[in-house]
Design a binder for this molecule. Structure first.
Ligand code: ARG
Length: 461
């Protein structure tokens, strides 16, 4: 069609059906400003190699600036006949600077090395937006941990009461995976900040253009080592999609707990009105939709990763048009996280915890039985026997319909002579939590140290 990037060797123009299938401007237009940045850098490389005179280079940069303004204010848009963002911008450049100068810019580059570079630039920028959003969520968790010193809840395994833990310890257990996600994003950036620009369609260029110059201009660390790999590999996109999926999974695990905690049966938390939703029929309802949407969208993020990996599987070198299918999934993952994270953070920051309710449930389900066994070990009873004694005490209390803390001196003695009344020292949730001073344990001093380390790691990432 008019202004197309190819056509001379074709007797006829593209069929309407082909155009319909081929067009990518409705999703790759979001790369338009990156395309312009690539063109500025490429113009410099062309000038440095003697393919543009100084005045031509100047006019090229000015023309590109006109396009950038049009992209920013929305006056420049792709037209229906444009195949992709690259073609649309070349046609627009020619309208601004003329066919003679505008036609020089494409020398020594291909849409294949362009797109491979632009998608990296886009993802690098959004990796910083997502990292900022994840850090805000970590901050909200840390603030809640700080504000609930001494608050205890029933820790669970298999969703059954296991041992009491500090609420701060539990909240920090949700923050650590997010810290690792920040670190993943940081590590990913070192692999992503590579420029395939200059690789051409697949084999490199004859024009002696400086790929270092282009990489530097684009804020990337270095050019790709191999032009085939640079134009055809998308592991960097897949790895980014994995990190976004993992963040989704980490949110969904916490979301599931918030949904449970918010039920009448648990009654651990109240959601702020601004971060919960109502029902169109049941006037009393206050629903945890943010947590549910986060949980649901984790599936979407995993789907984007799976779809992308499936597209990449078995693709021969070098560029194949299949690779155009890398963008929509990863763009969707970016968009999804960038709306989920701020809402989730607001919900977490405004959660109200019912400390009395959590403390009431914390000793239930014989959650202090391990403390009894470890108290016996401290009194020289082998753990195997201590486990038996504590288990027998649980059974005796269960038979009598009482908790461990309610066992009489007689009941204790009837279970084992080792169970003197002093065992009651460890039969409080505060005593239990306070005595777990081992590394990474739930004792208040360990949890406070851990929080400082968490904050330092998050800041450093
Ligand atoms: N639109 C393509 C993509 O997103 C880039 C263009 C390469 N097209 C081509 N026919 N070689 O991957």
């Amino acid at each position: 069609g008019e202004g197309a990037l190819w056509g001379a060797r074709f007797a006829s123009g593209p069929s309407p059906e082909l155009q319909e299938l081929s067009r990518s401007t409705h999703f790759d237009w979001r790369l338009a400003l990156y395309d312009i940045a690539g063109s500025h850098a490429h113009a410099k490389a062309l000038a440095a190699a003697g393919y543009l005179e100084a005045d031509e280079e100047q006019a090229m940069h000015e023309g590109l600036d006109v396009l950038a303004r049009g992209i920013q204010d929305g006056s420049l848009q792709a037209r229906p006949g444009d195949e992709d963002v690259h073609g649309a911008l070349e046609a627009a450049l020619i309208e601004v600077v003329g066919a003679e100068l505008g036609g020089r810019l494409r020398a020594g580059r291909s849409r294949n090395d362009q797109i491979a570079t632009l998608v990296r630039m886009y993802l690098l920028d959004h990796s910083r937006v997502i990292a900022k959003d994840v850090l805000a969520l970590i901050d909200a968790l840390v603030a809640q941990a700080d504000a609930h010193e001494g608050v205890i809840l029933p820790g669970r395994t298999h969703l059954q009461h296991a041992q009491p833990v500090l609420l701060a310890h539990h909240l920090q257990a949700h923050a650590w995976p997010l810290v690792r996600d920040l670190e993943r994003l940081r590590d990913w950036r070192s692999r992503a900040a590579v420029s395939p620009y200059g690789g051409g369609a697949l084999a490199g260029s004859t024009l002696g253009l400086d790929p270092q110059l282009v990489a530097r201009e684009l804020g990337l660390d270095r050019p790709a080592e191999n032009s085939l790999d640079g134009t055809a590999a998308r592991d960097v996109v897949a790895e980014f999609a994995f990190i976004t999926a993992q963040i989704g999974i980490d949110l969904s695990r916490f979301a599931e707990e918030i949904i449970l905690w918010n039920t009448r049966e648990f009654g651990f938390v109240t959601l702020d009105d601004g971060y919960s939703t109502g029902s169109s029929i049941m006037p009393q309802k206050k629903n945890p939709d943010i947590a549910e949407l986060a949980r649901g969208k984790a599936g979407r993020l995993v789907g984007n990763l799976t779809g992308l990996l499936t597209t990449l599987k078995g693709l021969p070198l070098a560029y194949n048009r299949d690779l155009q299918e890398d963008k929509e999934p990863v763009f969707d993952s970016v968009d999804t996280l960038e709306v989920v994270l701020p809402a989730f953070t607001g919900m977490v920051a405004t959660l109200r915890f019912d400390a009395a309710r959590m403390a009431e449930l914390a000793p239930q389900g014989f959650s202090l039985a391990t403390d009894v066994a470890e108290w016996l070990v401290k009194h020289r009873v082998p753990f195997r026997e201590a486990h038996e004694i504590s288990g027998a005490l649980v059974r005796a209390c269960e038979d009598s319909g009482i908790g461990l803390e309610d066992a009489s001196d007689e009941l204790l003695a009837s279970v084992s002579a080792h169970l003197t009344p002093e065992v009651r020292e460890v039969l409080t949730i505060e005593g239990s939590v306070g005595s777990r001073t081992g590394a990474g344990g739930t004792a208040p001093e360990r949890v406070a140290e851990q929080r400082a380390e968490l904050v330092a790691r998050a800041q450093a990432a």
